[in-house]
Design a protein around this ligand. Structure first.
Ligand code: ADP
Ligand code: MG
Length: 238
């Protein structure tokens, strides 16, 4: 578990400024939803926090320490994407344990942690199946299991449910909420689904053209949007 701090983060792709001097403080255990239109820089921001994208300026701090020069692995951050990218030839158990195996953990430790993660995500009866024998929701739970099993300091979610149908999205939303209540891992969750943001997050951050328009508790933004842009996004009746 850890706090995350962004201090004057900037990102430019060549001459294209994507993130402008952005600062944000996220508390330990907090669940933050990051919302904003397509192309506003949400994925770029997550990738900079994860260490998958070089930062043009500013600092990323995890638990008060600058991590700018640390590799993704050393940052102890797990990322969940919308495409779950499971290994088709491996069982659910092998998929969940794969990262631990790569880190050289002993088999007994891997078995124990895979079993724990499976219990948490209701996957215990599916551990011997292959991904092709799973539903979309079950695959997404395996992808989350792969993240949980590493016991990361921070979870980053990049629109993890956007490939699922509406009914399944509602169900998975509840799964994610319950998972966060169990593990309490600091989470940053990118979504363009305002209901998802309202129901999951302690805090919503509204991003537009690489700048924060407003941040606050869901109800605060809903009741007192700072401007029309936020109102449009959070869907307060006007
Ligand atoms: P979002 O996730 O909010 O949809 P992104 O972070 O993916 O937005 O993209 C933000 C902006 O940066 C977009 O204008 C996108 O075209 C641009 N961009 C993203 N990745 C690259 C890249 N590797 N090279 C150049 N431009 C990029
Ligand atoms: Mg994106």
């Amino acid at each position: 578990m850890a706090s995350v701090e962004l201090n004057n983060i900037r990102k430019a792709y060549g001459t294209l400024d994507v993130i402008h001097d952005l600062s944000l403080a996220i508390e330990d255990r907090e669940f933050v939803a990051l919302v904003g239109p397509s192309g506003c820089g949400k994925s770029t921001l997550l990738r900079m926090i994860a260490g998958l994208e070089e930062i043009t300026g500013g600092d990323v701090l995890i638990d008060g320490k600058t991590v700018n020069s640390l590799t993704p692995r050393a940052r102890n951050i797990a990322m969940v994407f919308q495409s779950y990218a499971l290994y088709p030839h491996m069982t659910v158990a092998q998929n969940i344990g794969f990262n631990l195996k790569m880190s050289g953990e002993p088999a007994a430790t891997i078995d124990k942690r895979v079993a724990e993660a499976a219990r948490m995500l209701d996957l215990t009866s599916l551990l011997d199946r292959k991904p092709s024998q799973l539903s979309g929701g079950q695959r997404q739970r395996v992808a989350m299991g792969r993240a949980v099993v590493r016991n990361p300091a921070v979870f980053l979610f990049d629109e993890p449910l956007s490939n699922l149908d509406a009914k399944l999205r509602v169900q998975m939303r509840a799964e994610i909420k319950s998972l966060h209540q169990k593990v309490q891992t600091t989470s940053i969750y990118v979504t363009h689904d305002q209901i998802e943001a309202m129901t999951l997050a302690d805090k919503i951050v509204v991003l537009n053209h690489g700048r924060i328009e407003q941040q606050g508790a869901p109800i605060e933004l809903y009741r007192n949007p700072a401007n029309l842009f936020v109102a449009g996004f959070i869907g307060s009746p006007s």
